[in-house]
Design a protein around this ligand. Structure first.
Ligand SMILES: [Zn+2]
Length: 152
């Protein structure tokens, strides 16, 4: 997971804010210099940085620290893949996981969930907390299971 993915999951897409303790854990200067997201947003959060981030969030009393921990909890494995097989909302612990189809840009096929709720608006893209992961212990969306083999 990249710094930008973490922030988007935690604060909503297009996030530009970061807590001082998060910046410190991720090696980002704080107060953040202008254009910091361009410089640091693509950086991969290594397992070590993830541990530092978790420790910092546990000690923080900022309201959004809990959201950060939920995002980290959603990340069961894998730091190498920029995307994942499952889409779910880290801030909605009871929500199901959807099967994520990466899409084929050359054919004009956009990424979507197998149930197509992502593209059709059944899922609110603007909600905070969406993230992709290659592992999940959540229940899988039934419509995704039914539609999983039909799309491509
Ligand atoms: Zn689904």
């Amino acid at each position: 997971m990249r710094v930008r993915d973490y922030l988007n999951a935690k604060y909503g897409n297009g996030a530009t804010s970061i807590l001082a303790c998060e910046a410190k854990a991720l090696g980002i200067p704080y107060p953040t210099p202008s254009g910091w997201l361009k410089t640091y947003g693509q950086a991969e959060i290594t397992p070590e940085a993830q541990q530092r981030l978790r420790d910092a969030l546990m000690q923080s009393n900022k309201p959004s620290a809990q959201d950060g921990l939920r995002v980290l909890d959603g990340l069961l494995v894998d730091n190498d893949e920029p995307s994942g097989k499952y889409l779910f909302n880290a801030l909605k612990p009871t929500g199901k996981a959807h099967l994520w189809k990466a899409g084929i840009p050359s054919l004009g096929i956009e990424p979507d969930t197998a149930c197509r709720m992502w593209s059709t608006g059944g899922l609110n893209k603007h909600r905070k907390g969406w993230m992709l992961s290659n592992a999940t212990d959540r229940e899988i969306c039934t419509m995704c299971m039914n539609g999983a083999n039909n799309r491509f």
